[in-house]
Design a protein around this ligand. Structure first.
Ligand code: PMP
Length: 458
């Protein structure tokens, strides 16, 4: 049943519990209704248009509507709308998708296991770390190291691996056996005179010290996003992953690379792992896998993991993990079509070209007194605001400023994601230069408003 436009506010506040939303404020002001989308643009219920700077939640990689994907979903739903993939069953779309992902993986991978979301993919990867070491006779090797402000999802294990204090507080997480090291945010945390390489070395030492303090025989896995996404859109500093990976190898620690944001072209390569020369044992992906249009995610596992599973399956008869919607045929059909489109439009070349233009536009804002850092890679960039350019002091009232920026953005027809003092830009991978230009023209106006407001406040 279609809700009447004039009652959606009451219906929503009465019935819909929104994640990552200020609930009291929501009850007071009601929802912001998006009714339709086209390309990089979305439209509210009054027909007002907005250009979306971050593909919704970093996922609508082909924009907000796609007839081709609708057709792929329709064809699959009318042919075989559901079947499972347990007990040896499969269907062509699931098998095809697994084959393609293994083929296109950044390092040799053995198999793909499917789930519905990035959170679940990371949860399963963590379970597999535990499973692997148990099979290998080291059941105590189960601690997982994540990074402060890393984000891997909201399920119990994936939020535990994440380093988000606000999402831990009052939820009784992180669970036992989850540890965190500093985030590799050079701009924010480097010491006076410290080079990127020196900063990376300091963080690598911190990781190694933690492993030694806890006991290497207790550390099972390390999880990281190639570019730290929801925690601030932070590309790694020079030398960081090289040092980290050396340590992981030294202590026999499995490496999970979370490509949920970076995968499928975002970094200007098909994978963030390629951009930063990462050698994961497991790789999780979601979001752009289906261009955000169907809930599907995957964990790719290498031979080392699969061979262990095979040993265990030989002992007990089967791989004891279950998922009703593993490789859901409709979602898999959408994902296969998305991968076709990526090939046809050469998504990587496009992300590089339009991304370079985006970076140029972002850098034009660098001279403003409130802009502390401009950073990015491929078609992902960030502008971090500061209260004092010289000292890099944080903005005096980050939360209010973020709210003000979101509000001014909407007033200028721009939907922005503020992560504390940082604005992230990751528009659909098929955005045109004109779309990106619209984003930054509007964003410039928003920054004018922020500067004006701060001048008036003084
Ligand atoms: N990993 C990363 C890097 C993410 O950015 C996200 C979501 N923003 C997740 C995992 C979780 O994905 P989902 O919301 O689909 O569970």
């Amino acid at each position: 049943m279609r809700i009447q436009a004039n009652s959606i506010y009451e219906a929503d506040t009465a019935s819909f519990l929104h994640p990552q939303t200020n609930l009291a404020q929501h009850l007071r002001q009601g929802p912001f209704v998006i009714e339709r989308g086209e390309g990089t643009w979305v439209y509210d219920e009054h027909g007002q248009s907005y250009v979306d700077a971050t593909s919704g939640l970093w996922c609508a990689s082909l924009g907000f509507s796609q007839e081709r994907l609708a057709r792929a979903a329709y064809d699959q739903m009318t042919r075989l709308g559901y079947y499972h993939s347990q007990a040896h069953y499969t269907h062509p779309m699931g098998t095809r998708l697994a084959e393609r992902l293994v083929e296109m993986a950044p390092v040799p991978m053995s198999k793909a296991l499917f789930q519905c979301s990035g959170s679940e993919a990371n949860d399963v990867a963590i379970k597999l770390v535990w499973h692997y070491h148990t099979i290998m006779g080291q059941p105590k090797k189960r601690k997982i190291i994540g990074r402060q402000m890393g984000y891997h999802g909201s399920t119990c294990a994936s939020i535990s691996a994440s380093g988000k204090p606000d999402m831990h507080r009052d939820f009784g997480v992180p669970l036992q056996d989850f540890l965190h090291v500093s985030m590799p945010h050079y701009y924010r945390f480097h010491e006076e005179g410290e080079s990127e390489e020196e900063f990376s070395a300091r963080l690598a030492d911190e990781l190694e010290n933690l492993i030694q303090t806890e006991g290497p025989e207790t550390i099972g896995g390390f999880i990281a996003e190639p570019v730290l996404g929801a925690g601030g859109a932070v590309p790694p500093p020079k030398g960081y992953f090289e040092r980290v990976q050396n340590i992981l190898r030294r202590y026999d620690i499995l490496f999970i690379v979370d490509e949920v944001i970076c995968g499928f072209g975002r970094t200007g390569e098909m994978w963030g792992a390629t951009t930063y020369d990462l050698k994961p044992d497991m790789l999780s992906c979601a979001k752009a896998l289906s261009a955000g249009m169907a809930p599907i995610s995957a964990v790719l596992v290498n031979d080392r993991i699969f061979d262990a599973l095979l040993v265990q399956a030989g002992r007990v008869g089967h791989f004891a993990h279950s998922a009703t919607y593993c490789a859901h045929p409709v979602a898999a059909a959408v994902a296969n079509e998305v991968l076709d489109i990526y090939e046809e439009i050469d998504v990587v070349a496009r992300a590089r070209e339009v991304g370079a233009y985006m970076m140029e536009l972002a850098n034009r804002e660098a001279e403003r007194p409130i802009v502390g850092d401009v950073r990015g890679v491929g078609m992902l960039c960030a502008i971090e605001l500061t209260g004092n350019k010289a000292t890099r002091a944080p903005l005096p009232d980050v939360e209010r400023t973020a709210e003000f920026i979101a509000e001014r953005g909407r007033a200028h027809g721009l939907l922005l994601r503020a992560i504390g003092p940082t604005l992230a830009f990751a528009p659909p991978l098929n955005s045109s230069k004109e779309d990106v230009n619209e984003i930054f023209t509007r964003f410039s106006r928003v920054l004018d408003d922020v500067e004006l407001a701060s001048a008036q406040a003084q």
